[in-house]
Design a protein. Structure first.
Length: 92
C-alpha cells in the first residue's frame, strides 16, 4: 500500500513538473509574485486598530503547498489556492 502511495506521489510530481515547464514558470516562481493580506492581531487575538479605528493588515507570503493552480498572463500572474482563494499581482 505504501509503495502505491509513493508511486502515485512521484507520478503527480512528474506531472506537475511537466505542467510547470509548459507554463514557462514554476509554482515557486508564481507564489513569489503574489501575497496574501491578513489582519494583524494583538496579544489577545483581537485585530489591532490604526488611528482611524480600522484593522491593521500586513502582506504575507503564500506557501507553494497551498497552490492549486496558477497562470502567467504576461503582465501579471494569478494564483489559486486549494481553498479556492484567488491572488494576483496585477496592478489595479
Amino acid at each position: 500500500m505504501k509503495k502505491d502511495d509513493d508511486k502515485k506521489k512521484a507520478e503527480d510530481l512528474k506531472k506537475q513538473e511537466v505542467e510547470d515547464e509548459e507554463k514557462g514558470m514554476t509554482r515557486a516562481e508564481a507564489v513569489k509574485l503574489v501575497k496574501r493580506e491578513v489582519v494583524v492581531l494583538d496579544e489577545k487575538g483581537k485585530p489591532k486598530l490604526d488611528k482611524n479605528d480600522e484593522a491593521m493588515t500586513k502582506m504575507v507570503d503564500i506557501r507553494e503547498s497551498e497552490v492549486l493552480d496558477y497562470k502567467d498572463y504576461g503582465d501579471y500572474v494569478v494564483v489559486v489556492t486549494k481553498d479556492g482563494q484567488k491572488f494576483s499581482n496585477k496592478k489595479d
